[in-house]
Design a binder for this molecule. Structure first.
Ligand SMILES: Cc1ncc(C[n+]2csc(CCOP(=O)(O)OP(=O)(O)O)c2C)c(N)n1
Ligand SMILES: CC(=O)[C@@H](O)[C@H](O)COP(=O)(O)O
Ligand SMILES: [Mg+2]
Length: 640
């Protein structure tokens, strides 16, 4: 008689309270079902897979042992939170992940009480968890701050700032270091080597001896189940000296896929009066899905894929990605210029620096998730005569803004900023939008700010930046693939501060910065069809402005529109400032600035995001026609 299939446990678990009703012996089956559900879901949505697979058991154990949501659980970066979302009332929406109107791909306060803190930029979890812990202490409320932080995220300075400040929290703060020996790429630096030593040199010690260490450290009765456990675990030999010196009780390393190890240790920590505690958990990124386990990047970020074959449904062929145009162009330039070096902050493939590194390994630097260090490292390199390219996503460069101002701009050092993911980025949503770099860079004295309209322009700007030694220079370009335009063999060194007229007209002038140029040309066609002769300029520079081009546009046209994939304070603001300073607005010229809206836009398909932002061709057409309907009194006349 065939065995009746087990009733899926996952169907009985909507919230952690349901999970805690299960016998411990059932948790293994639940974890297996949870892993299967996650693989199936991400197969249909795409997203971050490897990191979530690595924390399935840890997620089950944390919610089983700790009293979430009263215990505030904070996932660092939050890209590993899909199992957490499934166990906290969002299984029914998990297949809407990273889609318009769907679940965010990261933790988000507005989504659930089980997401006490939003994430997506790394290394914030310990600071936030410390905040919750101290607040509960001050309010005499129960509840801990629990931070789960990866080994990659632990390479950022902010994590140490938080740990340095953590002693005050006592046993209210629990830090779980999820060490899978991976960042997006293999981890780098001294910390990674240290953790590898702690994990690899540890002999197998019986759990009892680990238990006695834990109990001794915490002056606690050994938790009964811990005492009974027969399993072996890696013991600590060198131990977590680094963390202990920072005031933490260090426990580990522990096998993060073995619930018989995780549960008793978490219970011990939960019941301990001592703290703060750092539990060092060893996991495998991509665990339990062979295609992820076998891939170099452990399926960190995947498009939709066939669960059976592991085959991702990526569009094949087509124009090159901007990141690779940058990396390959820079690699070529570096063949004849020994001064060129490239720096990435743990994003070699995302920035295209991996292409540069393949050709020039000794001139390529992955500094880990350490944008602040990366920028000032570049400043030091520049001060000593090198030509450094700091390749950092727009959103992640925000983390190093003071370094840009204080170490680069004020000293007028020739650091080159290759700013990828400029503008709206789609599935990663608001936390990753590259909205602010024009605003925050073009306001700085000495800074040159360029924006590529297509991949050929990006190649020219990479060359121009390489040759520019007069101070800092930045060039921005979007996520994804180019327009298919041909990239000439011979690159052009652009004249600093000069734009280019792409289409000549006489009534309307559209001044475009970046890849909205395509939409501007579409709009120009529609305007011409209405008898409105339209000039289109690719400004190329937000700073310095091409003032001659702007002045001519303003004197020779009735309506001037600026458009950019940037928030207020960018090209439009600088054009208006120049125009008002030059008296060009005195004759009642109609000027409209089109820019990103003053909201944080959630995830969606990028085209839809730009529709929502009002920055597509139809929006340009409407803006121009509305402006033309405004009479000199600024009153809109009835629609013609
Ligand atoms: C400030 C910042 N820089 C870069 C990134 C891009 N990023 C996302 S996840 C990741 C690697 C994180 O590694 P780890 O913390 O070990 O987590 P794992 O993926 O291994 O679970 C990086 C570099 C980011 N999210 N935030
Ligand atoms: C979680 C994280 O921050 C990165 O994985 C990011 O999602 C990468 O973005 P791209 O996919 O644009 O490279
Ligand atoms: Mg990791």
């Amino acid at each position: 008689m065939s065995e009746r299939p087990e009733t899926p446990l996952l169907d009985q678990v909507n919230l952690p309270a349901d999970l805690r009703k299960l016998e411990r012996g059932k948790l293994r089956q639940l974890a297996d079902e949870l892993r299967t559900e996650m693989i199936d879901a991400v197969g249909t949505t795409g997203g971050h897979l490897g990191s979530g697979l690595g924390v399935v058991e840890l997620t089950v154990a944390i919610h089983y042992v700790f009293n979430t949501p009263e215990d505030r659980l904070i996932w660092d970066v939050g890209h590993q939170c899909y199992p957490h979302k499934i166990l906290t009332g969002r299984r029914d929406r998990i297949r809407t992940l990273r889609q318009g109107g769907g679940l965010s791909g990261f933790t988000k306060r507005t989504e659930s009480e089980y997401d006490p803190f939003g994430a997506a930029h790394s290394s914030t979890s310990i600071s936030a968890a410390l905040g919750f812990a101290v607040a509960n202490k001050l309010q005499d409320k129960p509840g801990r701050g629990i931070a789960v932080i990866g080994d990659g995220a632990m390479s950022a300075g902010m994590a140490y700032e938080a740990m340095n400040n953590a002693e005050q929290a006592g046993n209210r703060l629990v830090v779980i270091l999820n060490d899978n020996d991976m960042s997006i790429a293999p981890p780098v630096g001294g910390l990674s080597a240290y953790l590898a030593r702690v994990v690899s040199s540890g002999e197998y010690l019986g759990l009892r001896s680990l238990a006695s260490k834990v109990a001794k450290k915490m002056h606690r009765r050994i938790h009964s189940s811990l005492g009974k456990a027969e399993e072996f675990t890696r013991g600590m030999v060198t131990g977590g000296t680094l963390f202990e010196e920072l005031g933490f009780y260090y426990v580990g390393p522990i096998d993060g896929h073995n619930l018989d190890h995780l549960l008793p240790v978490l219970e011990n920590v939960r019941d301990s009066e001592q703290g703060p505690v750092l539990i060092h958990v060893v996991t495998e990124k991509g665990k339990g899905y062979k295609f992820a386990e076998q891939s170099a990047d452990k399926y960190h970020g995947v498009s939709k894929f066939d669960v059976i074959t592991g085959e991702q449904k990526k569009s094949k062929g087509g124009p090159p990605n901007y990141q690779n145009v940058f990396g390959e162009t820079l690699a070529k330039l570096a063949e004849t210029d020994e001064r060129i070096v490239a720096i990435t902050a743990a994003m070699p493939s995302g920035t295209g620096v991996d292409k540069f590194a393949a050709a020039h390994p000794d001139r390529s630097f992955d500094v880990g998730i350490a944008e602040q260090h990366g920028v000032t490292f570049a400043a030091g390199l520049a001060a000593q005569g090198m030509r450094p390219f700091a390749a950092i996503y727009s959103t992640f460069l925000q983390r190093a803004y003071d370094q840009v101002v204080h170490d680069v701009a004020i000293q007028n050092l020739p650091v080159r900023f290759a700013i990828d993911r400029a503008g709206l980025v789609g599935a990663d949503g608001a936390t990753h939008a590259g909205s602010f770099d024009v605003t925050y860079l073009a306001t700085l004295p000495n800074m040159v700010v360029m924006a590529a309209a297509d991949e050929a322009e990006l190649a020219h700007m990479t060359y121009t930046a390489a040759e520019y030694d007069d101070g800092p220079i930045a060039f921005r370009y979007p996520r994804g693939s180019g327009t298919g335009v041909e990239i000439p063999e011979k690159l052009e060194k652009l004249e600093i501060g000069k734009g280019r007229i792409v289409k000549h007209g006489s009534k309307v002038a559209i001044l475009s910065l970046g890849t909205r140029l395509g939409e501007a040309l579409d709009a120009a066609e529609q305007l011409e069809a209405r008898g409105l002769s339209t000039t289109v300029a690719d400004m190329r520079f937000a700073k310095p402005l091409d003032t001659a081009l702007i002045e001519k546009a303003m004197r020779d046209h009735d309506v001037v529109v600026t458009i950019e994939e940037a928030a207020i304070g960018g090209l439009g603001a600088h054009v208006l400032t120049f125009a008002s300073d030059s008296g060009l607005l005195d004759e009642g010229l109609k000027v409209r600035t089109m820019r990103l809206p003053d909201i944080f836009q959630d995830q969606d398909d990028p085209k839809k995001q730009y529709d929502e932002a009002g920055l597509n061709a139809a929006n340009i057409l409407d803006t121009v026609l509305a402006a033309l309907r405004h009479n000199s009194a600024g009153v809109e006349e009835a629609r013609a």
